[in-house]
Design a protein. Structure first.
Length: 739
C-alpha cells in the first residue's frame, strides 16, 4: 500500500470532503481517503498495483474539484491566485450589494429613489447581475452536487439565492401586470446580500486557512536557494536543487546549510533551532552531520553531501507534518457523522418549514423567505472546519517546538495520557558515561594519563569515557604496549615500563591486588567504578556515570503538576536506576528489565485502564513504544524507535515530553470549543430561521431574515477560524525557561 497526498482546490465544507471521500473510496484498489478542508488536501491510501494516481486524480476532478500541482511552490501560488480571485469577487459583490440594498429598502427610511416601479425593478436586476457573477462559484459547484445527490454548502447557498431571485422575478412580473405595490416585495436584495455576506465569510476563511500552514511554508522556505560547491578544485555558486550526492559544499559563516551533509573539514557552531526548537548552537566538526536550512555560526565548514531533495531531514519533517495534518482525529468522527446527513436534512427542514407556514395560512412569499433563511443559515462550514483547522494549527505549533506528531490521532491521544513511562539511558540521562570523580594517592593528572593510556585501545564505553575525560583536561596520554582485554573484567598493559591493571574490584582482586575498603563505594550512588593498579599496587579509582540531563527534574515536575503518573523503566542496575530516579523525583522505578518486560508493564497498565505514553530512544524500547497509547521517541534515538513511535522529539530536552502532552490537550480543548460553537450555532439558529421570532410576535424580521442568516452563517465560520488561530499563541508551560 502507498500513501499519497493530493492538493485539492474548491473544497468549502465538510460535505465537500465527504463527497471527495465517497468518490475516491469507490475506486477499486483504494483503501481509504481522507479529504481535509483545513489544509485543502486529500490523503489517499491505495494499492499501486491495482490503481494509478491519475485515476484517483480523475475521480477527484469528476467529483467537481481541482487537483493542484504537487510542487509546493506552485500549490502556494495557486492558493494565492484563488485568494486574489475571491478578494476581487468579494469587492465586486459588496460594491453592488450595498447600493442594491439602499435601492430596495430606501422606502423603509423615507428615501425616494425617484423611479417608476418597473424602472425600480429593472435597476435592482441590473445591480444584481454583477453580484450573481461574483458568486458564480457557489452555483457552479452547488447545483452539480445537488443533482448528484450529494449536496454541499454551495448547494444550500445556491438554492437560497435562486429562491430569492425567483421570488423577485415573480414580483417583477406582478409589477409588469400593473400591481405597483409588488415593488416592495422584491427580494433581489436578499439574494445579493446573501452572496455578499457569505463571500465575506468564505474569503476570511480561505485567508485564515492559508495562514494556518505558515509554519510548514516557512519551514520549507528556510532552505537556501543557492550553494557553494567545490568541483575539480573550483568553487562555484549553483542552485541548491542541482547538488548531487557526494558533492563537497563550502558553508561560510552566517550561511544556511544547503542540504544534509557530513563535515569533512572545519569547526563551527550551528544553530539547529528550526529543526529542534533548541536555540543553543551545536558544535560541529569533522564526522558530524549538518542539516539543510540550519544556520552556520562563525566558522567555515566543508561538508560532503549525504542527502538531497526530499530525502533531507527538512523535507521529511515537512512530509510528516503534512501526513499528520491529512489524517483524522477520532474526535472528528462526530462531526463527520453529522455532516454526512446534515445538508440533506437541512433541505428537508427548509421544505417542511415552507409547507408548514403555508398550511398555517401564510402566503407563498413569507413561506419561501423562511425556507431561504433556513437554507442559508444552516451551511455546515463551521462544523467542517472545527477539527481540521485545529489539527493543522496544533501540528504546526508542535513543530515550532521540535515536536512532530505523526498523525492527528497521536495529537488527540497526547491529550488523554495519564501515565508516562520514561526510559533512563538516553532519555532521562545524557546517554553516554562521563567521568564524575577521580580519587588517587598520586598526582591526579598523572594517574588519569596512565589509565587513559591503558584504555586507549579499549572499545568499552567506560574506557572511552576516561580517554575523553583526559582529552577534555588536555592531559597528555603516553604510549602503551602489550594491551590485553579481559571480557567482563578489565585490561592489562604496560605504560612507561610499569605493569598496569584497570578494571573492576573483582578483576584486580583476582590479579592479586590488595583492594582497600571503600575503593568502589561510589557504586552505591549509581556510579560505575574503575579501579587501577600500577605494578601490583592499588593507586586509585575513577568514578563514571551517565548523568541525568539538566532539564530532566523540571520535566518530571511538570508531568506531576499535570496530574500524570511518572514511572522509570530501565534495563540498568537497580542501584543506578534508583539513584537517577531519586535525582529526578520519580518514585516508581522498575529496574533490570528486558525489552519484553517493558512491553508487559505497558500492557499491565492498559489493563488497569491507564492511558500510557512510553518514551524511549533505543531498539529495546520499540515493542513498548508500539504497544503504548502514545509512543514518544527522542531525537537522538534509533531509526527503529522513531519508526515505532507516534511522536518524535527533534531535541533531547525531556521537557518536550510534558510539552507534547500540553499541546495535545490544548488542541483537543480547541476542537471541543469549535464543535461546541458549531453545534450550538445550528441548534439555536435553525429554529430562529424557521420562524420562531414570528411565533413570538416579531413578524417584521422576516423580510430581513435571509440577510441576517447569511451574516450569521459567515460569523459562525469566522468564530471557529478565529478560535483555531488563537491556538497559535499557545506556549507549553513545561518549556518556560528554555534558553
Amino acid at each position: 500500500m502507498r500513501t499519497r497526498i493530493f492538493r485539492v482546490g474548491g473544497m468549502t465544507c465538510a460535505a465537500c470532503a465527504n463527497r471527495i471521500n465517497t468518490a475516491v473510496e469507490a475506486l477499486d484498489g483504494v483503501q481509504s481517503c481522507n479529504a481535509n478542508i483545513g489544509n485543502n488536501t486529500a490523503t489517499v491510501v491505495y494499492d499501486d498495483s491495482a490503481i494509478t494516481e491519475d485515476t484517483i486524480a480523475q475521480a477527484i476532478i469528476g467529483a467537481g474539484y481541482q487537483v493542484i500541482s504537487d510542487d509546493r511552490t506552485e500549490a502556494d501560488k495557486a492558493e494565492l491566485r484563488d485568494l486574489a480571485v475571491r478578494r476581487r469577487d468579494l469587492v465586486l459583490a459588496i460594491a453592488f450589494a450595498v447600493p442594491l440594498s439602499v435601492v430596495a429598502m430606501g422606502h423603509m427610511f423615507g428615501l425616494d429613489i425617484g423611479l417608476e416601479p418597473l424602472a425600480l425593478c429593472a435597476l435592482q436586476i441590473i445591480l444584481l447581475i454583477p453580484i450573481l457573477y461574483a458568486g458564480r462559484r457557489f452555483f457552479r459547484k452547488g447545483y452539480p452536487a445537488l443533482l448528484s445527490k450529494s449536496p454541499t454548502m454551495d448547494s444550500l447557498v445556491s438554492l437560497g439565492c435562486t429562491a430569492s431571485v425567483l421570488m423577485g422575478l415573480w414580483s417583477t412580473y406582478e409589477v409588469w401586470n400593473g400591481d405597483a405595490s409588488a415593488v416592495h416585495s422584491l427580494s433581489f436584495d436578499s439574494a445579493g446580500m446573501i452572496l455578499a455576506l457569505v463571500s465575506i465569510g468564505k474569503y476570511l476563511e480561505a485567508r485564515s486557512k492559508y495562514r494556518t500552514n505558515d509554519s510548514l511554508r516557512k519551514l520549507l522556505e528556510m532552505a537556501p536557494d543557492e550553494a557553494t560547491v567545490i568541483r575539480d578544485g573550483t568553487e562555484s555558486r549553483i542552485p541548491s536543487s542541482e547538488l548531487a550526492m557526494g558533492d563537497i559544499v563550502l558553508i561560510r559563516p552566517g550561511e544556511r546549510v544547503p542540504t544534509d551533509a557530513t563535515v569533512i573539514d572545519g569547526q563551527s557552531s550551528v544553530n539547529e533551532s528550526m529543526l529542534t526548537g533548541e536555540s543553543i548552537p551545536v558544535t560541529k566538526g569533522p564526522g558530524d552531520i549538518v542539516y539543510g536550512a540550519t544556520v552556520n555560526g562563525s566558522g567555515s565548514l566543508r561538508a560532503k553531501v549525504e542527502r538531497i531533495g526530499e530525502d533531507t531531514v527538512l523535507f521529511q519533517i515537512a512530509r510528516m507534518m503534512e501526513m499528520a495534518q491529512g489524517t483524522k482525529a477520532p474526535v472528528a468522527n462526530i462531526a463527520d457523522r453529522v455532516a454526512a446527513v446534515f445538508v440533506p436534512a437541512v433541505i428537508v427542514i427548509a421544505a417542511l418549514a415552507c409547507i408548514g407556514w403555508l398550511l398555517a395560512g401564510r402566503g407563498p412569499e413569507f413561506s419561501l423567505t423562511i425556507a431561504v433563511s433556513v437554507l442559508v443559515i444552516s451551511c455546515p462550514c463551521a462544523l467542517g472546519l472545527a477539527t481540521p483547522l485545529a489539527i493543522v494549527v496544533g501540528t504546526g505549533l508542535g513543530s515550532r517546538h521540535g515536536i512532530l506528531y505523526k498523525t492527528a490521532a497521536a495529537l488527540e491521544s497526547a491529550a488523554r495520557i495519564d501515565t508516562v513511562i520514561l526510559d533512563k539511558t538516553g532519555t532521562c540521562t545524557v546517554g553516554r558515561p562521563e567521568v564524575v570523580e577521580v580519587s588517587t594517592s598520586m598526582d591526579a593528572a598523572r594517574f588519569v594519563s596512565i589509565v587513559a593510556a591503558a584504555e586507549t585501545d579499549s572499545e568499552h564505553p567506560l574506557g572511552e569515557a576516561v580517554v575523553a575525560y583526559a582529552a577534555s583536561k588536555d592531559i597528555a596520554v603516553p604510549e602503551h604496549a602489550g594491551f590485553e582485554s579481559v571480557t567482563g573484567g578489565g585490561v592489562r598493559c604496560t605504560v612507561d615500563g610499569s605493569r598496569v591493571l584497570v578494571g573492576s574490584a573483582s578483576f584486580l582482586s583476582e590479579e592479586g591486588v590488595d583492594i582497600p575498603e571503600g575503593a568502589d563505594a561510589g557504586a552505591s550512588e549509581g556510579r560505575t567504578c574503575i579501579l587501577a593498579a600500577i605494578d601490583g599496587e592499588y593507586r586509585g579509582t575513577i568514578s563514571i556515570m551517565d548523568p541525568a540531563r539538566e532539564e530532566s527534574p523540571s520535566a518530571v515536575a511538570a508531568l506531576k503538576a499535570d496530574g500524570i503518573r511518572v514511572m522509570m523503566v530501565t534495563g540498568d542496575r537497580r542501584s543506578t536506576a534508583e539513584h537517577i530516579a531519586g535525582e529526578l523525583g520519580i518514585d516508581d522505578v522498575r529496574a533490570e528489565t528486558r525489552p519484553g518486560d517493558k512491553l508487559e508493564i505497558v500492557k499491565e497498565l492498559q489493563v488497569a485502564q491507564r492511558r500510557v505514553a512510553m518514551t524511549g530512544d533505543g531498539i529495546n524500547d520499540a515493542p513498548a513504544l508500539t504497544q503504548s497509547d502514545l509512543g514518544i521517541a527522542v531525537g537522538s534515538g534509533t531509526d527503529i524507535a522513531m519508526e515505532s513511535a507516534d511522536v518524535i522529539l527533534m531535541n533531547d530536552d525531556l521537557r518536550s515530553v510534558p510539552a507534547s502532552l500540553e499541546i495535545g490537550r490544548a488542541t483537543l480543548r480547541n476542537i471541543k470549543q469549535n464543535l461546541f460553537f458549531a453545534f450550538c450555532y445550528n441548534a439555536v439558529c435553525i429554529p430562529i430561521a424557521a420562524g420562531l421570532p414570528v411565533l413570538l410576535g416579531y413578524d417584521g424580521l422576516v423580510d430581513q431574515m435571509p440577510m441576517i442568516s447569511a451574516a450569521a452563517m459567515s460569523l459562525s465560520s469566522i468564530s471557529v477560524v478565529t478560535n483555531a488561530m488563537r491556538l497559535r499563541g499557545f506556549r507549553p508551560a513545561a518549556l518556560d525557561g528554555r534558553r
